[in-house]
Design a protein around this ligand. Structure first.
Ligand SMILES: NC(=O)c1ccc[n+]([C@@H]2O[C@H](COP(=O)([O-])OP(=O)(O)OC[C@H]3O[C@@H](n4cnc5c(N)ncnc54)[C@H](O)[C@@H]3O)[C@@H](O)[C@H]2O)c1
Length: 255
């Protein structure tokens, strides 16, 4: 496989499992030096070990809490200090809460917006000077929910719409500095994201999300189906791509 990430340092949040893990391992196989940050550091270390096996020259881990501003800033400082540079930041850590809007608590709303959106403010602001130095790029994981909305997932969809708007705004503002900003909108992917989150009680079947029919994956894509999109946007192959919101949903939302 082509080594698009030789001599590149990639910081990826939420890479201890699911989509982030798959993206990290894909970039590892293309020679990237990885910094894996997650609140779940035991699984993060396991992903780092796998990344080294796949060909990453280096794979470090940092424990952090995306819901905590100071933790976000310290995580970035630590990441930049490891190799003294940063070429790509992948904002991927995320949580969801679901349920009828009238029953949503303010605490649940705050947690989802804090982890999925406000953390990007803290992390990008801290990382940007390094990314300007390297003329690097940022890839953030949004969701088709952020484009279309999704019943019963109001806070989640609103947070992802925020990621999309933040991405486009920063792409325009920092194009003169040579820093690219893009976002990926997966459709349904088979990960642990909903693990431990109770299903919606009395959900109306007429307003639940449509399945993708591509490749027969009606229960959702595998994380590896999304990984190539991260590698593309993070790499020099996407050198003229900025402000792009790339939907990777197997035609789930098409038609
Ligand atoms: N699975 C899907 O169907 C789907 C669809 C569209 C977008 N996404 C997005 O993809 C991203 C990855 O999710 P996933 O589906 O791989 O789920 P996942 O649960 O496997 O991965 C999420 C990761 O984020 C980490 N994380 C959560 N809260 C954190 C916090 N406060 N601080 C630090 N790390 C934290 C978790 O430990 C985990 O490693 C998320 O942003 C999610 O919203 C997922």
């Amino acid at each position: 496989m082509a080594k698009r990430f030789s001599n590149k340092v990639i910081l990826i949040t939420g890479a201890a499992s699911g989509i982030g893990r798959a993206a990290a391992l894909r970039i590892a196989s293309e020679g990237g030096s990885l910094i894996i940050s997650d609140r779940n550091i035991d699984s993060g270390r396991e992903v780092a070990r796998e990344a080294l096996e796949r060909g990453a020259p280096a794979a470090n881990t940092i424990a952090f809490d995306a819901a905590d501003a100071q933790s976000c800033a310290e995580m970035v400082d630590q990441a930049v200090s490891i190799h003294g540079r940063l070429d790509c930041l992948i904002n991927n850590a995320g949580v969801l809460k679901r349920g009828h809007f009238l029953e949503m608590t303010a605490a649940d709303w705050s947690l989802v917006v804090s982890v999925n959106l406000t953390s990007l403010f803290h992390i990008i602001q801290r990382a940007l000077p390094s990314l300007i130095s390297s003329r690097g790029n940022v890839v953030s994981t949004a969701s088709t929910a952020g484009i279309e909305g999704i019943s019963y997932y109001t806070a989640y969809a609103a947070s992802k719409a925020g990621v999309i708007a933040l991405t486009k705004s920063l792409a325009a503002e920092y194009a003169p500095a040579g820093v690219r900003f893009n976002a990926i909108c997966p459709g349904r992917v088979r990960t642990d994201l909903g693990a431990g989150v109770p299903p919606v009680r009395d959900a109306n079947p007429d307003i639940v999300v449509r399945p993708s029919k591509l490749l027969g994956k009606t229960a959702g894509a595998e994380p590896e189906d999304i990984a190539g999109a991260f590698a593309y946007l993070a790499s020099a192959d996407a050198c003229f791509t900025s402000g792009t919101i790339l939907v990777v949903d197997g035609a789930q939302t098409a038609g």
